[in-house]
Design a protein around this ligand. Structure first.
Ligand code: BG6
Length: 496
């Protein structure tokens, strides 16, 4: 059954998110015939553009993101949905004009999704102005608000933001995006865990030694200094995307796959995370900043302090790592290590699960040189895979072993890659909030990192550095609980 037609109203339509993610994703939904008949996309921007100019811009945005070129017939169909409306988001009267445009023009379906692809400091004001212009009232259709991360800057500001926007919206109308939840490989973590019985007996403290979640990026901060220097890696990646990955790995099976059951289980995990007291921050978290370095192909890379727009004395972290414990029956005393960094050796997101060693080292006195523990590797991106590493005997007369991997591939070569935003934009139309964050999830995630960011905010005289293009600072190894534990960066067997 096709969904009812709706109007997507995109604030910040001329900005970067819209350019690289939203418009290409909407175009792909058009290609797949997934946008309900009669749906419209109204771009909101400050510039004095008309529809024709906007459509030409969108064509360029899509061209830049489509490998096989634009299909003219599909783009024509898509462009019939597009229009542009000028609003200065700080001017209340512009919202009155917007309401007139939307109400007076019968071509705009009255189900409306307002997407705030704008700087977070405007989230509350724009919501208030939309409400005052009566655009959030659900008299003749649904009204939904989509908010990008970051939802707040710390615990207190996220609560304040929530308090303000909940004056104008019911929780069911709010769609807080964490785009990681729209990634197919991230959703596959749940399928892998709950659609297969083999793993469940092993998925706990009895068999798992520790879990690592890594998101590394090859790129630096590019042109985002204004945002990034205030945020830093802990807020930008760990508090949001990586903690979400942790909840999916650690959660109990939900009662059903509906939004509330799923989010209840994720919240339980976040609530069970052992709080980090102020005096233990250094034992649980590590930060660093990239300095000048070299890429793999010998290109000289700037340090963070040399990037455009970064203050010369900035101690903002571009690398952050943390060790957490989930104090529940399943996970008590199993460390979860998480790390993220810009300008690292390679861009990838992975979840690596290290199993305990066998209780007896039966091959100790043989010629076995390589006794690795079993690892389960979940490649989120760019390599999408599920791999289980086992130790096997090498052919031959001697007792030597090597590591062999069992592969459960995620995608066949002929299967299309869908972007996270395609899934999420469609879920908004369908009213499915399973892949969006409920406020208590956001709040608990802030509670976890708040002691760390507070301490780092006052310790401003020094930050460890790591060379751009490397795997991060060696000193970070101090987070590991045991000597044998260390960061796992590769998805292929690493035998030590
Ligand atoms: C964003 C962060 O939320 O996620 C960026 O603000 C980061 O700094 C990005 O680069 C990573 O997303 P992805 O989908 O490219 O892994």
């Amino acid at each position: 059954m096709q969904n009812e037609a709706c109007t997507y109203v995109i604030f910040g339509a001329t900005g970067n998110l819209s350019k690289v993610k939203l418009m290409p994703a909407l175009y792909h939904l058009e290609m797949e015939n997934l946008l309900p008949k009669g749906s419209k996309i109204l771009a909101i921007g400050r510039r004095d553009w008309d529809n024709e100019k906007w459509i030409a811009e969108v064509r360029e945005m899509i061209k830049a993101k489509t490998k096989n070129g634009i299909d003219d017939a599909i783009f024509k169909r898509f462009s019939e949905r597009l229009s542009y409306f000028r609003v200065d988001i700080n001017v209340a009267n512009d919202y009155v004009k917007l309401a007139q445009e939307l109400n007076a023009n019968a071509t705009y379906p009255s189900n409306m999704a307002f997407y705030l692809a704008i700087s977070p400091e405007y989230f509350a004001d724009v919501t208030e102005r939309l409400s005052k212009a009566k655009l959030l009232e659900e008299n003749s259709g649904w009204r939904r608000l989509i908010i990008e991360k970051p939802f707040g800057y710390d615990l207190e500001s996220s609560q304040a933001l929530q308090k303000r926007i909940s004056r104008y919206l019911k929780e069911e109308q709010i769609y807080r995006i964490d785009h990681y939840l729209g990634k197919g490989t991230v959703q596959n973590v749940l399928v892998y865990r709950f659609a297969n019985t083999m793993l469940e007996p092993l998925w706990n403290r009895n068999y798992i030694d520790h879990i690592q979640i890594t998101h590394s990026e090859e790129l630096g901060i590019g042109t985002r200094a204004a945002y990034y220097d205030d945020a830093g890696a802990m807020r930008d990646m760990l508090q949001s995307h990586l903690l979400q990955l942790l909840t999916l790995v650690a959660m109990e099976p939900p009662a059903a796959m509906d939004a509330e059951s799923l989010r209840d289980e994720k919240v339980k995990v976040l609530k069970s995370i052992r709080p980090i007291p102020k005096q233990a921050v250094n034992a649980h978290a590590f930060r660093a900043q990239y300095s000048e370095g070299m890429s793999e192909d010998g290109e000289k890379l700037k340090g963070y302090l040399q990037e455009d727009g970064v203050p010369a004395d900035s101690v903002t972290e571009t690398y952050a790592a943390m060790k957490l414990y989930v104090d529940n029956w399943r996970w008590r005393d199993v460390p979860f290590y998480m790390r993220t960094g810009k300008r690292m050796a390679k861009g990838q997101s992975t979840i690596s699960i290290c199993f305990k060693e066998p209780p007896l080292q039966l091959f100790k006195n043989t010629q076995v040189q390589c006794m690795s523990p079993n690892w389960l590797l979940l490649g989120i991106q760019p390599e999408e895979c599920i791999r289980m590493e086992m130790t096997v005997k090498e052919p031959g007369l001697e007792m030597r072993t090597r590591v062999s991997s069992l592969d459960a591939s995620y995608r066949n070569e002929d299967e299309r890659h869908t972007d996270a935003y395609e899934d999420l934009l469609l879920d908004v139309i369908e009213g499915d909030r399973s892949l969006f964050l409920r406020f208590d999830e956001v709040e608990y995630a802030w509670r976890i990192v708040d002691p760390i960011i507070k301490k780092w905010a006052v310790e401003r005289d020094y930050i460890t550095t790591y060379p751009a293009g490397s795997w991060g600072p060696k000193e970070c190894g101090r987070l590991f609980e045991k000597e044998k534990q260390c960061w796992r960066s590769s998805l292929t067997p690493e035998c030590k």
